[in-house]
Write a protein that binds this ligand. Structure first.
Ligand code: UD1
Length: 434
C-alpha cells in the first residue's frame, strides 16, 4: 500500500504555524548522544519525522537505548552501544546514517557502515568523510559496499575539507571529540546545524571551538557524558511555509524560528516582493502585490540554501517575469518535469533553471522525486487551480513533521489517502498469463 496527498488548491493560507526542530541538527545530535559512556541525554524539540526514526532505529540495532517520553523528549542512552556493524536495510534509506561511522570509530574503535548509495539528487559521495578518518589514523578499507574501519584511538589531525561539507564536518567532529589530541577542521561547514551539534557536544564534555567559522578546533577528551539539550528550529521548514504563504496569496505567521538563520532567504524573499514583518522568534509573511522574478545561486551557509531551492522555484513559477536559479551543491532539478505537468514554464540547462512566470498553475497527478521536491510540489499544488495528487509522499515525511496537519491548520485542503496504486508488478504477471 502506498499513500498520496490529494490537494485542492487555490485557497490562500492564513493563520499561524509552529516550526518543528531542525531535522538535520537532530540527526547529528542524536548520533552524537551515542558518544556518551556515562549518563543519558534528554533531547527536546526533536522532530518526529521518518529520518529521525531511521537514525534512532539504526542506533538501537547498535545497542543504544532510545525512547520518546510522554512530553516528546527523546532519551538516548549511549552506554549500551556495543555493536559496530550498521544495518544496510536502514542505512540505505538516509545518507546521514553515515554519522554512525564517526560515532563507532570514536567509541568502539571499529566501524562497518554501508556506503550510502546514489539517490534522487545525484551522486553524493562520502570520500571526504573517509579521508578524514584515515587522516585521524584509522585503517580504512572499502569492501563489498561497506566502509570497514578500525583504530586504537583516533589521533588528532589537521584536516582540510575539500569542499565545505556539512556531513563531513559533522562526522569528523563526532569522531574527533573522543580522539587523542587536537583536530582542526579547515574549510569546515558553517551551517547552524553544525554549530548546534558543537554546543550539544560541549554540553556532553567535549572541547570544541570555532563552530560557525571556517576553522573548527576539537581538543579530544577521554569520555563524554549525557546532557539535556533543545534542538534549534528548522530553518528549511520555516522557509517552506514562508513561500507557501506567498505562493497562495495568503498571510502566515511562522513561529518558533531563529531569524538570523534565515537571513539570506529572507533577503531574496523580500526582493521577490514578499512582505516580512519580523518579530522576536517569528515572522508574518504575505505577498499582497504578487511576486516578481529574481536570480538566485545556492551556496553553503550563510548563502541561499540548496534545501530551499525547490520550494523557491515553485513560487517563482507564478512570479512576474523570468527568474534564473543556479544550483551549485547538488544535481537537484529532476522535479521540474513534475512542475511542468502543472503548467509551469521551466527550462533546465545544466545547473541552471530558467523560470518564466505563468499566471496560473493547474492541478495534475505528480510524483515526488526527493524531499525538498516534495515540499515544492505541495506548495505549488496549494496555489494551483483544481486538484493535485502527489504520489511518493513518504519522502516528504522524511523531513516535514505533521505536514498535512500544519497545512490544514492554515486552511489548506489536503488529505492523505491510501492508494490502490500497482506497486508489485511481478505479482500482476499472473493476470497477464491467464
Ligand atoms: C547536508 C544536509 C542537506 C543539505 C546539504 C547541503 C543533512 C543531514 N543534510 O547534506 O539537507 O542539502 O548538507 O547544505 O544535514 N561531497 C563530496 N564528498 C563528500 C561529502 C560531500 O563530494 O565526502 C559533496 C556533495 O556531493 C555536495 C557537497 O559536497 O556536492 C556538499 O555536500 P554536504 O554538505 O556534505 O551535504 P550533506 O551533508 O550530504
Amino acid at each position: 500500500m502506498s499513500t498520496r496527498f490529494v490537494i485542492d488548491g487555490g485557497r490562500p493560507l492564513q493563520g499561524a504555524v509552529q516550526v518543528s526542530g531542525a531535522k538535520n541538527s537532530a540527526l547529528a545530535i542524536i548520533a552524537g548522544a551515542a558518544l556518551a559512556s556515562e549518563g543519558v541525554s534528554i533531547l527536546e524539540n526533536v522532530p518526529q519525522d521518518t529520518d529521525v526514526a531511521t537514525i534512532c532505529l539504526i542506533l538501537r540495532r547498535l545497542g543504544v537505548e532510545l525512547y520518546f517520553d510522554g512530553q516528546g523528549r527523546l532519551h538516548v542512552d549511549g552506554r549500551t552501544l556495543n555493536k559496530h556493524q550498521a544495518p544496510y536495510d536502514l542505512v540505505r534509506k538516509m545518507r546521514a546514517s553515515f554519522y554512525t561511522a564517526g560515532v563507532l570509530l570514536a567509541r568502539l574503535g571499529r566501524a562497518e557502515v554501508p556506503l550510502p548509495g546514489g539517490c534522487a539528487i545525484g551522486s553524493r559521495p562520502v570520500d571526504y568523510h573517509i579521508r578524514g578518518f584515515s587522516q585521524m589514523g584509522a585503517d580504512v578499507a572499502i569492501e563489498h559496499g561497506f566502509m570497514k574501519a578500525s583504530c586504537q584511538r583516533l589521533q588528532g589531525a589537521k584536516i582540510y575539507i575539500n569542499r565545505s561539507s556539512v556531513g563531513t564536518t559533522v562526522n569528523l567532529m563526532l569522531a574527533a571529540s573522543l580522539g587523542e589530541g587536537v583536530t582542526t577542521l579547515e574549510n569546515a561547514a558553517k551551517e547552524p546545524e553544525v554549530v548546534d551539534l558543537a554546543i550539544f557536544l560541549n554540553g556532553m564534555g567535549a572541547r570544541i571551538r570555532g563552530a560557525g567559522t571556517d576553522v573548527i578546533r576539537i581538543d579530544g577528551v577521554e569520555a563524554l557524558h549525557g546532557t539535556e539539550y533543545a534542538v534549534i528550529s528548522d530553518r528549511i521548514e520555516a522557509g517552506t511555509y514562508m513561500l507557501a504563504a506567498a505562493i497562495t496569496g495568503g498571510k502566515i505567521t511562522v513561529k518558533n524560528i531563529v531569524l538570523e538563520h534565515l537571513r539570506s532567504p529572507m533577503i531574496k524573499f523580500e526582493e521577490m516582493g514578499m512582505m516580512i514583518e519580523k518579530g522576536v522568534n517569528e515572522v508574518t509573511v504575505s505577498a499582497p502585490n504578487g511576486l516578481h522574478a529574481i536570480d538566485v545561486e545556492t551556496s553553503p551557509y550563510p548563502g541561499y540554501p540548496t534545501d530551499l531551492q525547490q520550494p523557491l522555484v515553485a513560487a517563482l513559477c507564478l512570479a512576474d517575469g523570468t527568474s534564473v536559479i543556479r544550483e551549485t551543491i547538488f544535481d537537484r532539478f529532476r522535479y521540474v518535469d513534475e512542475l511542468r505537468r502543472m503548467g509551469a514554464d521551466v527550462k533546465v540547462e545544466r545547473e541552471t533553471a530558467i523560470i518564466r512566470g505563468v499566471p496560473q498553475l493547474t492541478g495534475a497527478p505528480v510524483e515526488v522525486t526527493d524531499l525538498r521536491a516534495g515540499a515544492a510540489l505541495a506548495i505549488a499544488a496549494l496555489a494551483a487551480e483544481g486538484r493535485t495528487e502527489i504520489y511518493g509522499i513518504d519522502v516528504i515525511d522524511r523531513g516535514y513533521e505533521h505536514f498535512e496537519h500544519k497545512i490544514t491548520g492554515l486552511g489548506g485542503k489536503i488529505i492523505r489517502e491510501h492508494t490502490t496504486e500497482v506497486t508489485d508488478l511481478f505479482s500482476h504477471m499472473q493476470e497477464l498469463n491467464a
